[in-house]
Design a protein around this ligand. Structure first.
Ligand code: ARG
Length: 276
């Protein structure tokens, strides 16, 4: 008898299937959009890369963060049961790229809506305004993003930060170091392997606040880094988009949104630029 060590992927309502921070997805056996034989309600499978606090991160075996609370509100609004899994960043894109053959139905992971991604994926209407920010050690003499050209910089690979820094430092520049997770990029700065990390403002600011002893500094450069908007990402042609959009539109205008923004980001949200 073979004892398969399957990661529990329970179909309990709104239950998280967090895989303990490991970036190894336990792919569900079948896509969840089809109704199960028993006629019970399908559970929507949602992927994330839970190494991007305060947006999504692991707290012991639970995924927590702004995106987690936002997703919950959206799915309640849409009347959908779901299950959130920590798949890691690259696997999330590799999966949803497979369209109707993908194992997951959607992803929420501080994913910026970009023209390039829109060629391969569908996105909900935007739910969060972001911008990339520069993280250095205090005392670093960097006035703006262009001055990172001759420095060593760490980024999470396949992010907008990587794209922006490729533009500044040059495509094949070995001083632009790419990591599978933002956590690894932050460790590289801590160990002195790089002069800076570029990542989304909420993540950079939270990191500075959480390590007062380490004397990190965070810097905006709104000239070289343009505003970005997060969307819930879906496989191209997903039948869920209309339902999700309607729910996002409601939740992003709610007091609940304001409260979760305050809780995770620390300030009041400015949602004026969140237009469809
Ligand atoms: N907003 C950036 C992007 O879409 C970075 C997102 C990284 N998210 C994460 N959970 N690691 O490229």
């Amino acid at each position: 008898v073979m004892a398969l060590a399957l990661t529990a992927c329970g179909s309990n309502k709104n239950e998280q299937a967090a895989s303990g921070g490991e970036a190894s997805p336990s792919a569900p056996a079948s896509p969840s959009e089809a109704a199960s034989p028993g006629g019970e309600k399908a559970v929507i499978k949602v992927a994330t890369d839970a190494s991007y606090a305060p947006m999504e991160s692991m707290d012991k075996d639970k995924i927590v963060g702004f995106d987690v609370d936002f997703l919950d509100a959206v799915m309640k609004e849409a009347g959908l049961d779901y299950e959130l899994t920590n798949t890691g960043w690259d696997p999330l894109f590799a999966d949803l790229e497979q369209g109707d053959k993908s194992s997951y139905d959607m992803a929420i992971s501080a994913i910026s809506i970009t023209d390039e991604r829109k060629q391969t994926f569908d996105f909900s209407i935007p739910y969060f305004e972001s911008v990339n920010m520069i993280l250095t050690k205090e005392g670093a003499t960097i006035a703006n993003a262009l001055e990172l050209k001759d420095k060593k910089v760490a980024v999470q690979g396949a992010t907008t930060a990587e794209e922006l820094m490729k533009g500044i430092m040059g495509e094949g520049n070995a001083d632009l170091k790419r990591f599978d997770s933002n956590t690894l990029a932050l460790l590289e700065l801590d160990s002195g392997g790089v002069d800076a990390v570029v990542a989304d403002f909420a993540v950079v600011q939270a990191f500075v606040e959480q390590h007062p002893d380490k004397k990190y500094a965070a810097m905006y450069d709104k000239t070289n880094f343009a505003p970005e908007y997060y969307g819930i990402m879906l496989p191209k042609g997903s039948g869920l988009k209309a339902k999700i959009d309607a729910a996002v539109e409601k939740v992003r205008a709610s007091d609940e949104y304001k409260a979760m923004y305050k809780e995770w980001i620390g300030v009041e949200p400015d949602t004026t630029d969140l237009v469809n």
